[in-house]
Design a protein around this ligand. Structure first.
Ligand code: ANZ
Ligand code: ZN
Length: 827
């Protein structure tokens, strides 16, 4: 075989072979153990597939192929997350209908993916914009609606003036639109919300069931943001008078600081009930109105604190009996806790700023443990001072004792709050799943008149809104010419009169369709379930298949989805679990995040910088196997890595050497040297283990070590050669399949994964330093895991050590495994 390695010749051939022979197809009924490995599916942007996408897809492909060779029934599917703003904005800027653009982009993405030899089961391909798919997205929404988890709301929402739509809290990053960077405004808007907060506690506590990276668990926890504290009632009086007017409940996580509370602060949205007694009412009203225009981020992070004192009234600190002033201040947010706080300037940053500005009293009540003076505000826990009978207690003890004290007097109780807000589930845009509801005046009147029979929970909660019967799903997105956002707060669908006008499915009266669409996160909330049974038209998927395949054993994707997608999908899954549609509490057992790939210049790859690497070009120049190897070799999987064109060539050379090796393969049996056996079995072990641990780069290094060793042999027995090919196959499937095909008819992926022989596995060696009284006297190689006992025996048997220990008595041994043993002696 004198032919040169030519990936162009072999890669297309094997891609066709795999597809035709259905090598990577998952079977639904199987006695084999299953393995479900999932990629976060892409939204098919106009820019095409990016080498960054491929880093994750190749990794899951390596694992899927290894599992297949290990005898598992592997499900590794792919699909398209194609609704939403990116697709719609692309369509608008390119003057092409989103449906057409999406179709075109999908075609391109798919071709790019297939070019790389990824072993997806394409018979399960899904597309969230396909009515046969979103029929079931709408169905799940309706199940939530019917059970009272969906609410119509008019609260001001985050509005992006550029994208011209309302957004969820999760879509706002530091006060700006996560998509376009525009500053977010508050806008009163009719919308739908889903009560995800009902699941907050379970979303938090079930994190412990998961084999996820700590980093992502932490981000989920922070997003849910559970705070355990206390609610305390403060009595309100007319200034200087004894008769109580009303009371205010505050939420605090630092009850231990209450003796240092020198004023109360109330959110502008919550001040209304106090106004009848307030003397400077107009000023307070004006301030409150103005404050509500700012975003929450602005309000809570603004350095200059603002507020207005409520003249004519005061509060009583229930622990000290002192009268304290009350302010309306916009750093207090309406939707957290009770919307009112007890302010403790000495121990809270924001209260401190505020007190300084308004010259209010600053009372220190907590000291650090070490008693040294600390500058204020001191925000940590410590020991109480100036706190009556609670002085001397630690912060933690004080919180417990003070809560007891408050409970006894019925002025306080334990309280738990979550930072997470309900999910704003409506967008005023065209390219999304229609929300399957209609509005019927007639039914509304019925419900309001108390004739509630025949309405479900969602309909009673939202009088007039009627669920589309399941048999009438999907509610299809109408095909239209004009789909630009209106900016008025209404979806462009509202202009399609013919579509909007409909009959009420309950009473037959004239009704109007809901014109908001679902947010782009809806389709990805359950797609992993549809892969299990993608063509089912009777149900979202069959229960039997779900039982076999779920949960997803391994999920790989970008860390940018750590909060939104993963939180929303876990929420939908828990809901489906509650209504007995799925059998597992959590959808994704193990999660790995993939680091981003930067351009050679260290910047993010972006059209703007002109530094995007198109995988097609790499495949054209070097071949898919080289690209695959390079993407896995580029660096530790979870970390970002820069694309280095020079390093790609190294991978290509490696494959050329692999190709050449064939010339030395002999078919007859032959014993190989012990040294080569050791390298061979070491490689089987290391490649197997490294793949499991996502250490693809070191697995490839080890393959290079084995290749070097094989190159030194004159004759390579076929059985050894096949082992090498099998270990290489998940990384470089085309070349491995081609070389394997010279000897076997079956695909290399139908062969079995090599097993190492323990006898040839050497424990890694390290240098052990032997000291006597801290002075190094000897060093020698030992196994890394050597125990203290064995190290001691070995050391004491060495001549040098024997000599130095003469006449001395060992009184102590200090041992650092894998490094050092030190004998402390006495004469
Ligand atoms: C008194 C106090 C003293 C507080 C102290 C802190 C430090 P986390 O941990 O984030 O939950 N707070 C309560 N409701 C608020 C609202 N609606 N808007 C703004 N701030 C609010 O924070 C809980 C703390 O945030 C609470 O504890 C309260 O201030 C403030 F030395 O009460 B604290
Ligand atoms: Zn009706």
């Amino acid at each position: 075989m004198a032919v040169k390695y030519n990936p162009k010749k072999i890669e297309k051939k094997w891609q066709k072979f795999w597809e035709e022979k259905k090598i990577f197809k998952a079977s639904d009924i199987s006695k084999k153990k299953k393995f479900y490995v999932l990629d976060m599916f892409p939204y098919p942007s106009g820019a095409g597939l990016h080498v960054g996408h491929l880093r994750g897809y190749i990794a899951t492909d390596v694992i899927a192929k290894k599992r297949m060779m290990e005898g598992f029934n592997v499900l590794h599917p792919m699909g398209w997350d194609a609704f939403g703003l990116p697709a719609e904005n692309y369509a608008i800027s390119h003057k092409i209908h989103p449906e057409v653009a999406v179709k075109r982009n999908i075609k391109r993405f798919k071709k790019q993916i297939q070019n790389v030899g990824l072993g997806y089961d394409w018979s399960r391909e899904i597309n969230t914009t396909d009515p046969n798919y979103y029929k079931w997205t709408q169905w799940i929404f309706l199940q939530m609606f019917k059970r009272g988890l969906v609410l119509e709301s008019w609260e001001p929402v985050n509005w992006c003036p550029k994208c011209k739509t309302g957004l969820a809290n999760e879509d706002v990053e530091e006060g700006r639109c996560e998509r376009c960077g525009e500053k977010i405004e508050k806008k009163p808007l009719r919308q739908w919300i889903i009560k995800i907060t009902k699941y907050a506690e379970r979303l938090l506590s079930d994190l412990k069931l998961l084999d996820w990276e700590e980093e992502i668990i932490e981000q989920q926890k922070n997003w849910i943001g559970k705070s355990i504290g206390a609610e305390i009632k403060f009595k309100i009086f007319k200034e200087g008078e004894k008769k109580k007017l009303t009371q205010i409940t505050i939420f605090t996580t630092r009850l231990d600081t209450i003796f240092g509370c020198t004023f109360l602060a109330i959110a502008p949205e919550k001040v209304e009930p106090l106004l009848p007694w307030v003397l400077n009412r107009d000023k307070v009203k004006a301030y409150s109105k103005e404050a509500q225009r700012k975003s929450e981020i602005e309000r809570s992070e603004e350095k200059k604190k603002t507020g207005v004192k409520l003249k004519g009234i005061e509060a009583e600190n229930p622990f000290t009996g002192e009268r304290i002033p009350i302010f309306v201040a916009d750093y207090v947010l309406p939707h957290y806790g009770s919307g009112a706080i007890m302010a403790v300037p000495a121990h809270d940053e924001r209260d401190y700023e505020f007190a300084k500005k308004f010259s209010l009293e600053i009372k220190e009540v907590v000291r650090p443990r070490d008693k040294k003076e600390k500058s204020l505000p001191f925000v940590e826990d410590g020991i109480l001072i100036n706190s009556g009978k609670f002085s001397g207690l630690s912060s933690k003890e004080a919180r417990e004792e003070m809560l007891k004290w408050a409970r006894k007097r019925k002025i306080g109780k334990k309280a738990i709050y979550y930072k997470m807000r309900d999910w704003v589930f409506a967008r005023q845009r065209y390219w999304g799943e229609p929300i399957p509801l209609v509005f019927c005046e007639n039914c509304k009147k019925k419900i309001e008149a108390g004739r509630k029979k025949g309405f479900n929970k969602g309909e009673l909660l939202n009088p007039g809104w009627i669920a589309i019967p399941e048999k009438d799903l999907p509610v299809k997105l109408p095909k239209v010419k004009y789909y630009r956002p209106t900016g008025t707060g209404e979806s462009p669908l509202a202009n399609i009169k013919k579509w909007v006008k409909t009959k009420c499915p309950k009473c037959g009266s004239e009704a109007k369709r809901e014109t908001n669409t679902m947010p782009q996160w809806a389709g990805s909330c359950w797609y992993y379930l549809r892969y299990i049974d993608p063509k089912n038209d009777k149900a979202p998927f069959s229960k039997k298949k779900e039982k076999y395949w779920m949960p997803v054993d391994l999920y790989v994707g970008g860390a940018e989805h750590a909060t939104r997608h993963l939180l929303y999908a876990r929420f939908w899954h828990k809901f489906l679990y509650d209504i007995k549609v799925v059998s597992t509490k959590e959808p994704f057992k193990k999660l790995k995040h993939v680091g981003i790939i930067l351009a050679a210049d260290g910047r993010k790859m972006s059209k703007r910088w002109g530094n995007v690497v198109n995988p097609d070009d790499v495949v054209k120049e070097y071949g898919a196997d080289t690209l695959r190897l390079y993407e896995m070799f580029i660096g530790p999987f979870g970390e970002k890595a820069a694309w280095k064109p020079d390093a790609i060539i190294g991978m290509r050379r490696f494959l050329e050497k692999v190709w050449k090796l064939k010339e030395r393969v002999i078919k007859k049996e032959k014993e190989i040297s012990k040294d080569l056996k050791i390298i061979l079995h070491q490689t089987i072990k290391k490649v197997s283990e490294d793949i499991e641990e996502f250490k693809f780069n070191t697995a490839i290094s080890q393959l290079m070590i084995l290749l070097n060793a094989l190159e030194k042999e004159k004759e390579i027995p076929l059985n050894v050669y096949k082992i090498f090919l099998k270990l290489l196959a998940p990384f470089a499937p085309h070349i491995s399949e081609e070389l394997f095909s010279f000897y076997e008819k079956r695909s290399i992926f139908r062969s079995s994964w090599p097993q190492f022989d323990k006898r040839y596995i050497q424990a890694p060696k390290v240098l052990l330093i032997v000291q006597i009284d801290g002075k190094t006297r000897d060093k020698f190689e030992v196994e890394a895991g050597l125990s203290q006992e064995k190290a001691k025996a070995l050391a004491l048997s060495r001549e040098k050590i024997k000599k130095h220990l003469e006449g001395k008595k060992i009184i102590k041994v200090i041992f650092v495994q894998g490094k050092l043993i030190n004998f402390v002696t006495k004469k």
